[in-house]
Design a protein around this ligand. Structure first.
Ligand code: NAD
Length: 254
């Protein structure tokens, strides 16, 4: 087992940041199981990989316990081990409208996918992760820390991720390390299944407002995840890491 390439399971890997993380880890020599509710986008993501990359796609809904159990079993059947679980799948649109009109069903769906999903994944992956002395990275958001109006269910789900992360780190250590990553604005338009070939560049003002001088890319998240799941991060657990080009450190009083 020690000489085999390590196996990561990335949820929401068909598109967006998850696709970026999966492709980044594959480039670094990981074997990667891509898990997503969108089967056609997932298979497309798999097809776009360079020849010889060790990846598989598993269709499923992170908020459905049977799908999660099946996803972990399929990953182990395919890869024989599980070293890293990346809980990235989410309903990524933060806007849910005026509070008075936010239905309990809408509120619960965001909580189910964004927060219950990572709990179910961790629950069913923990035995294999313990065996491998593995790690979990949960993708939260800077919206766990700051808000604009009408984002209650998304913000609550991401705040929950940050808290779930340190709770899991206490329960699963020292065998399994658990951290979260909170991205700011990551441009994922090119990583969508239906991305047009002639994407317009973002306006200069979008980049210039960032202290780092640009909007984020999926690889920015991939690089941080790759570090957190590596042996170099063996003293790092229970933490949240912001990757937002410095936006959440800016004074914004008018
Ligand atoms: P995206 O919509 O491009 O990709 C999300 C992926 O998750 C899709 O492939 C989708 O099919 C999948 N998914 C949705 N519900 C699922 C479910 N129930 N089960 C399995 N898969 C499911 O979104 P993104 O922008 O890449 O966001 C990815 C993660 O990063 C999300 O958790 C999001 O909240 C977080 N995030 C994104 C940004 C950003 O600027 N893009 C910023 C902060 C946090």
């Amino acid at each position: 087992m020690a000489n085999e390439p390590k196996v990561a399971l990335v949820t929401g890997a068909a598109q967006g940041i998850g696709r970026g993380i999966a492709h980044y880890l594959l480039e670094k020599g990981w074997r990667v199981a891509l898990f997503d509710i969108d089967e056609s986008a997932g298979l497309q993501s798999l097809e776009q990989l360079p020849e010889g990359r060790a990846a598989t796609f598993i269709a499923g809904d992170v908020s459905n316990e049977n799908d999660v159990r099946h996803g972990i079993e399929r990953t182990l059947d395919w890869g024989g081990r599980l070293d890293a679980l990346i809980n990235n799948a989410g309903l990524a649109d933060p806007h849910s409208g005026p509070l008075e009109d936010l239905s309990l069903t809408d509120w619960q769906r965001r909580l189910d996918v964004n927060l219950t999903g990572p709990f179910l994944m961790a629950k069913h992956a923990v035995k294999a992760l313990r065996n491998a002395k593995g790690t979990i990275v949960n993708i939260a958001s800077t919206r766990a820390l700051q808000s604009e109006p009408q984002c209650e269910s998304y913000a609550a789900s991401k705040g929950g991720i940050a808290a779930l992360t340190h709770a899991l780190a206490m329960s699963l250590g020292p065998d399994v390390r658990v951290n979260s990553v909170s991205p700011g604005w990551i441009d994922v338009r090119a990583q969508q299944a239906d991305a047009p070939t002639n994407l317009k560049p973002l306006p200069a003002s979008a980049h210039e407002q960032h202290p780092a001088g640009r909007v984020g890319k999926p690889e920015d998240v991939g690089a941080l995840v790759a570090y957190l799941i590596s042996p170099e991060a063996s003293f790092v657990t229970g933490q949240d890491f912001v990757v937002d080009g410095g936006m959440s450190r800016k004074m914004i009083y008018e």
